[in-house]
Design a protein around this ligand. Structure first.
Ligand code: 6CS
Length: 311
């Protein structure tokens, strides 16, 4: 059969590397073929999710930054200052952590999605027109976020004025000063020229950009055992591959920006500066648990245990 795979990025971006590896594994080991639909080809993220839930596409890669608007528990990956920043700890958390491996499967199933992989793409870095070191510096600064409500709550807690926009509107919004800044991993900032549209890039250490690969669950359930195994094997191969790549992504993204845009100001907040934002993050974690309930609380607890074990 020909299976469709939609993602939020291009073929040379992290989601594209994963998708290409997944496609190769499927096509080498079966008669099935995969057609990859990169960012924009099937509409915005919300459109792609509707098509995946309806079974018009069989596979989707979507970040909790968007999926969180549909599945509150997915916002666990957005809770600020929860995930580690050390690349090896990040790798262990996403490869071996019980939360990532076990706790989301049933939750995504409730939304018609068979969860295959969750992986990181690098630290979220904030790009703005002016330097900031404190929440007061962010007063009135309009920051674009993806559409999950927890991201709006995060930037409100950090002192800024957040605005949720789909990806396709961000570049226009930066060019027309509708927004003053945004957050994304370095690798993406460089690839899409977001550094060219802002003046300063700040490492706040508050999150890893996380994404998830899923199949339509009706499609998956109707497959033969052999095809299910094929998909699981392709998933493990692509997951291992992307985790190795992810360890290098921040470094590659940052060095490309330094090379192509030497004027750009790059700031890493100190531990003392981060501490102020971390205090603000406590209320955001509470807002997550308010929405995601006992199940959400259990996820956070398990994530914290997994992170402690990964350090
Ligand atoms: O900011 C966004 O909307 C986009 N950021 C990344 C890293 N991937 C796709 C997503 O749509």
């Amino acid at each position: 059969d020909e299976w469709r795979y939609v993602m939020e990025e291009g073929l040379t971006d992290p989601q594209g590397l994963y998708a290409t590896k997944f496609k190769e594994e499927i096509e080498e080991n079966s008669e099935h073929t995969i057609e990859i639909y990169p960012v924009g080809t099937l509409g915005e993220s919300a459109d792609a999710m509707e098509q995946a839930q309806a079974g018009l596409v069989q596979f989707i890669d979507q970040s909790p930054g968007f999926t969180g608007a549909l599945i509150p528990e997915a916002e666990a990956f957005l809770v600020p200052y929860l995930q580690p920043t050390d690349p090896q700890a990040v790798r262990t958390f996403f490869k071996e952590g019980k939360a990532v491996k076990e706790m989301f499967h049933e939750i995504y199933r409730e939304h018609g999605l068979e969860l295959l992989s969750i992986f990181p793409e690098g630290q979220q870095v904030v790009t703005t027109m002016k330097e900031f070191r404190t929440p007061a510096d962010l007063d009135g600064v309009k920051i674009r976020t993806m559409s999950s409500p927890l991201l709006l709550e995060t930037y409100k807690a950090f002192g800024a004025s957040p605005i949720a926009l789909p990806w396709g509107e961000l570049i226009g919004a930066l060019k027309t000063n509708m927004v003053d800044g945004q957050e994304n991993p370095a690798i993406w900032i460089e690839a899409y020229g977001l550094d060219e549209l802002t003046k300063v890039m700040t490492y706040t250490g508050h999150a890893q950009y996380t994404t998830a690969v899923m199949a339509n669950s009706d499609f998956y359930d109707e497959l033969s055992d052999e095809d299910k195994q094929l998909i699981q094997d392709a998933t493990s191969a692509a997951h291992d591959y992307i985790l190795d790549e992810a360890v290098k992504m921040d470094e590659i993204g940052l060095s490309k920006i330094r090379e192509s845009n030497p004027e750009y100001t790059i700031i890493e907040l100190s531990e003392e500066e981060r501490a102020v934002f971390k205090e603000r993050a406590v209320a955001v974690e509470e807002a997550f648990i308010d929405r995601a309930g006992d199940r959400g609380a259990a996820i956070i607890e398990q994530m914290k245990a997994d992170i402690a074990a990964a350090m």
